[in-house]
Ligand binder design. Structure first.
Ligand SMILES: [Zn+2]
Length: 87
């Protein structure tokens, strides 16, 4: 599990959904479904899914629980699912 969350913190060079290239200064955001970095256009599509609210709620609960238990200070990582970030 430790490796799983840390992997997601590394900078992706492409959107994991549509494969659009992401530069170091391009904003990206994490998918609530896969926890992989995706571009903002893909996030917009994700938000349209009927179960997005439910999935997001479960995801943030699990993320906070796991990262808090394992690392203490990685909790803010979970919010990258809702707030775009740069590398
Ligand atoms: Zn994309």
């Amino acid at each position: 599990m430790k490796i799983k969350w840390e992997e997601k913190l590394t900078c992706a060079t492409a959107c994991s959904d549509c494969a659009r290239k992401l530069g170091p200064h391009d904003q990206r955001i994490l998918s609530s479904y896969t926890h992989d970095p995706i571009c903002l256009a893909c996030k917009k599509q994700e938000e349209q899914k009927p179960d997005y609210a439910e999935v997001s709620q479960k995801m943030i609960g699990a993320c906070l629980l796991e990262t808090e238990l394992l690392y203490g200070d990685l909790g803010s990582y979970c919010y990258h699912h809702f707030y775009p970030f740069k590398c």
